[in-house]
Ligand binder design. Sequence first.
Ligand SMILES: *[C@@H]1O[C@H](CO)[C@@H](O)[C@H](O)[C@H]1NC(C)=O
Ligand SMILES: *[C@@H]1O[C@H](CO)[C@@H](O)[C@H](O)[C@H]1NC(C)=O
Ligand SMILES: *[C@@H]1O[C@H](CO)[C@@H](O)[C@H](O)[C@H]1NC(C)=O
Length: 149
Amino acid sequence: MKLTYLVPLAAFAVTALGSRSTPPNLTFLFSANLTKGSAYIYDQSETEIKALQALTGGTIGGPNFDGTVIGGTALSTRSADGTIRADAHYLIQTTDGANILVTESAAIPYVAVLFDTSSEKYNWLNNVTAWGTPPDLNEINFLEYWQVS
Ligand SMILES: *[C@@H]1O[C@H](CO)[C@@H](O)[C@H](O)[C@H]1NC(C)=O
Ligand SMILES: *[C@@H]1O[C@H](CO)[C@@H](O)[C@H](O)[C@H]1NC(C)=O
Ligand SMILES: *[C@@H]1O[C@H](CO)[C@@H](O)[C@H](O)[C@H]1NC(C)=O
């Protein structure tokens, strides 16, 4: 059993190392215009500032679905060198009634994104890795999300 499992994995590793020379494609998924509460700084030192922020709402628009943001939270850490790392969760409710949880992990301004939904219609999102960023860095609450494939 173990061997049959390992052989295809090893083959995959060799193929991946040997052949991956073109970058993946990005396909536009949706945009989000998020509204946030004020940031609550819960830890501060000479090297880091850590903050908790509520995502209080927002609008979602895209080729695949439209919706609103029910709510969410973001935790961020700003380091003395200017690096900002953030982790966020927010819940989208689509106009046709599906709930989609968005999980984000970011080195600002670039965001790695996964989705979780039990909706049959949007089930395909559970198998998507997406990438997001604000198209205009002066408007960081407006983000565009792209499927990586
Ligand atoms: C990206 O899309 C092009 C054109 O459809 C395709 O030829 C290429 O294989 C795709 N790249 C990947 C990594 O899938
Ligand atoms: C985001 O929403 C705000 C408030 O409704 C609006 O003023 C702003 O124009 C929107 N931004 C974008 C890029 O849609
Ligand atoms: C998940 O996505 C990958 C990459 O697009 C694809 O190769 C794979 O078949 C998908 N799996 C399912 C269960 O849809």
